[in-house]
Write a protein that binds this ligand. Structure first.
Ligand code: IMP
Length: 204
């Protein structure tokens, strides 16, 4: 049986599919995803948003196992902002910096942190698996790090160039895709979900 991913992000799809194939599970993009009206992600938590997406999208493919993800960055000293608003942090704040959306989000984060020495942060990824509108499984993965004062590295996306793994003295944007997947919130959450799928014999 196939596991359908409710994401059209090619990078995420590739990571999910590669990881699942190691356990003999096939991950495919949910058919006609682009034609399905996007549910409004208005839950106050990552898991709430992952669940509402999984429920809505699983109704479009009856009988299929469909998973959705939601993720973001939490900075301790900023009351866990950007949190569920990670993707639209700068836009929501009306922050008018230059550059891409990711660059503006990063610029606002640096502005809000200023010279604050407490730069502890974590990425969170939540995954919800549903069938016919019913949530069957949930998984969460986190990774702890620190926010640098200026970006480093060219790989990755989003807040990766600011997110330092102190034990390696490397940012997520300085890791290879494989190194990042091994340590990342998304890799951790997805491996947990796969284990649960196998344990619950949902695929076999
Ligand atoms: P999404 O909902 O999983 O697509 O992620 C929401 C936002 O969180 C992204 O637009 C990024 O700003 C941020 N984010 C989530 N995961 C990562 C990551 O692995 N690296 C950098 N930023 C991330």
């Amino acid at each position: 049986m196939v596991l359908y991913a409710a994401t059209s992000n090619p990078g995420k799809l590739r990571e999910f599919a590669t990881s699942a194939s190691r356990q003999g599970i096939e991950v495919l993009p949910l058919p006609r995803l682009k034609e399905i009206p996007e549910p409004i992600e208005d839950a106050p938590t990552f898991m709430g948003n992952a669940e509402l997406k999984a429920r809505a999208y699983s109704l479009t493919e009856p009988g299929a196992l469909v998973f959705a993800d939601d993720s973001g960055l939490e900075v301790l000293t900023l009351n866990n902002d950007p949190g569920v608003r990670s993707a639209r942090y700068a836009d929501d704040a009306g922050f008018k910096g230059s550059g891409t959306k990711d660059q503006r989000n990063n610029a606002l984060l640096l502005q809000n942190l200023g010279t604050n020495p407490n730069r502890t942060a974590r990425f969170v990824c939540t995954l919800a698996l549903a069938r016919a509108g019913e949530i069957l499984l949930r998984a969460e993965g986190t990774v702890q790090g620190e926010i640098l004062s200026s970006p480093r590295g060219t790989d990755g996306f989003g807040y990766d160039p600011l997110f330092l793994i102190p034990a390696l003295n490397l940012t997520f944007a300085e890791l290879s895709p494989e190194q990042k997947w091994e340590r990342s919130h998304r890799g951790r959450a997805f491996r947990t979900l796969l284990d649960q799928i196998t344990t619950n014999r949902l695929i076999g």
